[in-house]
Design a protein around this ligand. Structure first.
Ligand SMILES: [Zn+2]
Length: 110
């Protein structure tokens, strides 16, 4: 699949001009595309790491709050359950970003 180096949109492999922005596609600039992909990989990795850290914090806090509920039957334990749920959702989001990063990395080594 070919991408326009000017607007980044999909173009026909054999097209001489981008039908989106009209720029010439004769000169292949694979370095530009690689840089774009690397940037996307970095971004996905950053998000995955951020989500993972937040997930750990939320689950840990949630479990601690849930533990407090067990010993004192305080309503703070309900927040614990909510925090654990949020943490699990964030962990799933982090895995999605990791998958995106690994898929993008495959593009760099065709
Ligand atoms: Zn274009």
């Amino acid at each position: 699949m070919a991408y326009c180096q000017y607007c980044g949109r999909k173009t026909d492999e054999d097209a001489l001009f981008c039908h989106w922005c009209g720029e010439g596609l004769v000169e292949e600039d694979t370095g530009w595309q690689e840089a774009q992909i690397r940037e996307a990989v970095d971004e996905a990795n950053r998000r995955a790491n951020g989500h993972t850290i937040l997930a750990i914090v939320l689950v840990t806090t949630g479990l601690a709050a849930g533990g407090i509920l067990c010993v004192s039957s305080d309503p703070i334990g309900l927040f614990g359950i909510v925090l654990v749920c949020l943490g699990v959702a964030l962990a799933a989001a982090a895995r999605r970003h990791e998958r995106k990063a690994s898929n993008l990395r495959k593009l760099l080594r065709p």
